[in-house]
Design a protein around this ligand. Structure first.
Ligand code: G3P
Ligand code: CA
Length: 241
């Protein structure tokens, strides 16, 4: 299993499970995070929304339709109501709190802030786990396409790692990366070239690529010097020759 290490101590490329080991288990479910640990992921990415009652929960889509036995905007639910909703396999949608309890420092966590107003509740929980459960601030990375949420996160924490999710050309994200003091740009793998990877590195930032599932892509990106692979298949990165 993966021992939590700071980013600096991990071998490259860093293996980041995408929505847990979502190639092997229901995405963003507790079994997917358990599987990611078993497959040797050093970090897991996950997506969060804020419920009507303020609870931060882990789910990819804004609507429940694709992944559950019901439909409707997840942000309109309370935790009590959401507990009646089932994912495939009769799993519940976990709270971020549930995932942190399960992982228990065995992987780092990349929280993608999917919903509006998620920075504060997420940071509050991170503080709680640092203060009471032995986590370190270095165990967390915050990413988002919502750059306003990343700015809010930086106001809340001067030292938490932030990664920018670009809307298009990753190089267009360099300005906001500088503004929020990001450590990385997490970019769509197909848009990365030698030039863009080199330019991001020259700006002093790491490059993590998503969602890298095929070995041929892994080899191409490794040759470009990409620092981390966000993948549904952590096992394929481990087995890369
Ligand atoms: O972390 C980056 C990646 O997960 C963004 O795309 O749609 O999988 O959340 P998506
Ligand atoms: Ca995501």
């Amino acid at each position: 299993f993966a021992v939590v290490a700071s980013l600096d101590l991990c071998p490259r490329p860093l293996i980041v499970a995408h929505r847990g080991a979502s190639g092997h288990a229901v995405e963003n479910s507790l079994p997917a995070f358990q599987k990611a640990i078993e497959l040797g992921a050093e970090m897991t990415e996950l997506d969060v929304w804020r419920l009507k009652d303020g609870t931060i929960v882990v789910h990819h889509d804004s609507d429940l339709k694709r992944l559950s036995d019901t439909e409707g905007k997840i942000e309109d639910y309370t935790l009590e109501d959401l507990n009646q909703v089932m994912l495939a396999g009769a799993y519940k949608i976990p709270r971020l709190r549930d995932v942190l309890m399960l992982v228990d420092k065995r992987m780092m966590i990349n929280v993608e802030l999917k919903g509006a107003n998620t920075a504060e509740g997420t940071y509050e929980l991170i503080r709680e786990f640092i203060d009471n459960h032995g986590w370190k601030i270095e165990d967390f990375q915050i990413s988002s396409f919502r750059h306003d949420e990343l700015k809010r996160m930086r106001e809340l924490s001067p030292d938490i790692d932030i990664a920018i999710l670009p809307h298009g050309n990753p190089l267009d994200a360099l300005a906001v990366a500088q503004e929020v003091g990001a450590i990385a740009i997490n970019a769509y793998h197909g848009g990365l070239t030698k030039e863009s990877v080199d330019a991001i590195h020259a700006a002093g930032l790491l490059v993590n690529a998503w969602t890298v599932n095929e070995k041929a892509d892994m080899r191409r990106l490794r040759d470009l010097g990409v620092d981390g692979f966000i993948t549904n298949y952590p096992d394929r990165v481990r087995a890369l020759d």
